[in-house]
Design a protein around this ligand. Structure first.
Ligand SMILES: Cc1ncc(COP(=O)(O)O)c(C=O)c1O
Length: 412
């Protein structure tokens, strides 16, 4: 999937010889050569399209093209009908960059937006910001590329782990971050709302995080793929590009919040001109530019974003109620806590077996896919039996019924 699109081959030999104009030239290991397999993506690649029921997706119900075209404004429909299938502008369609810039405060300009695939945005940002031996703070557990790319580049990784709360949720504590960060820290890489825990900082914690980065002159990379899906909209945090414009990159996109992962459209917002210029240069080595149909469809979607967010939130809210009832009936087997944002939860299961075994049994016996905690490498022991549940899909009840059948058997 994603990793293959970006050419993250995992079987590349560590040292290769290259034949250049008749001369044999030794090339040193590149960061790609030392990248480990992207465990979650490999797990999805193996099972996503062969099981009947998915209960672990991180996106909201994908839209059909007909639904999106019905929402389109006159200008984007005209663009759609007249579209040429040539190369596109490498920073992204200007009208789309304008639409993205309008999502943030008035200080963000279209020229400070780079449109690309979200995963590509992570890869390029790490290349633009980091050098071997740089000290980098990353959240664990977390979306693997947010730590793996820096690790493969030879950076020294300091994990910021969560603390178990009395309601069984996992929260990221600012005292822990304060103990990790220092003048040596080159970058802090965060993801709020967080995948997989659904954790969100409070506004004052977010301010404290920014203060810690500023005081230590650390660059902030903020993955905001799930921002706008806060269950209580008053808890929405300002974007990093608004709060720390001088030294941050914000990542977002249309994959999770508005059900359009197949467009492969996301964006980086960066107000630091040198970093943005480097990002543009590096992008020529991955995809060069976006697909024209995807850009125009994303333009339609962002212009109808309020409606699409309402659609996502209505699926999320009704599924959350189903989940509360479900877990109330299965207290002996699992402990639930409602996440604060997004379509993902990370409840724990008390089944006396590793979560990878539970997941394999669910696949074999019920053709149901959940994600085992083992796909997140760094876990404290209390997470061993956590499973990621995704509740952004409209067909959740059928999947939940299958999980119920399995738990009923286990509870006997
Ligand atoms: C936190 C986070 N960041 C980035 C991505 C990558 O998004 P995409 O798959 O649209 O490239 C994901 C996808 O799961 C994610 O969960």
């Amino acid at each position: 999937m994603v990793s293959e699109e970006l050419g993250f081959a995992t079987d590349v030999p560590v040292s290769q010889e290259l034949l250049t104009e008749g001369k044999r030239e030794e090339i040193s290991p590149s960061s790609c050569a030392t990248l480990g397999p992207f465990r979650i993506e490999r797990y999805f690649a193996k099972h996503e399209f062969s099981v009947q029921h998915l209960l672990c997706c991180s996106d909201c119900e994908p839209l059909h093209i007909k639904e999106l075209l019905e929402l389109a404004d006159t200008d984007s429909l005209k663009r759609w009908e007249r579209m040429s299938l040539g190369y596109t502008e490498s920073s992204g369609l200007p009208a789309l960059r304008e639409e993205v810039a309008n999502m943030y405060n008035s200080n963000v300009a279209a020229s400070e937006v780079l449109v690309l695939a979200p995963e590509e945005g992570i890869f390029l940002s790490m290349q633009a910001l980091l050098q071997p031996d740089d000290e980098v703070i990353v959240m664990v557990p977390g979306y693997q590329s947010l730590s793996e790319v820096a690790k493969a580049m030879g950076c020294s990784i300091k994990p910021w782990g969560p603390v178990l709360q009395s309601d069984n949720s996992l929260a990221f504590n600012l005292d822990t971050l304060a103990a990790l960060i220092g003048p040596e820290t080159k970058a802090v890489i965060v993801n709020f709302p967080h995948n997989p825990t659904g954790a969100l900082l409070t506004a004052s914690e977010w301010k404290e995080l920014i203060r810690l980065c500023r005081d230590n002159q650390a660059f902030l990379f903020s993955d905001e793929m799930y921002r706008l899906l806060e269950h209580d909209p008053s808890t929405r945090l300002p974007s990093a590009c608004e709060e720390m414009p001088e030294a941050s990159i914000t990542l977002s996109g249309v994959s999770k919040t508005i059900g359009l992962p197949g467009l492969r459209i996301g964006w980086l917002v960066c107000k630091n001109p040198e970093v943005m210029s480097r990002l543009r240069e590096l992008r020529d080595y991955t995809t060069i530019c976006n697909s024209a149909p995807s850009e125009i469809l994303a333009l339609m979607a962002l212009r109808a974003q309020d409606k699409l967010l309402q659609r996502s939130m209505s699926i999320i809210s009704s599924n959350l109620m189903l989940l509360q009832d479900f877990f109330a009936q299965h207290k002996a087997a699992a402990t639930w806590h409602a996440p604060k944002a997004g379509p993902i939860a990370f409840p724990s299961f008390h089944l006396g077996k590793p979560s990878s075994v539970t997941c394999q049994e669910l696949i074999d016996q019920h053709s149901l896919l959940l994600l085992p905690a083992e796909v997140w490498e760094h876990q404290p022991s209390q997470q061993q039996q956590r499973l990621r549940i995704g509740f952004g899909r409209s067909s959740m009840q059928a999947a939940l019924d299958k999980l119920g059948q399995y738990l009923a058997q286990e509870e006997l």
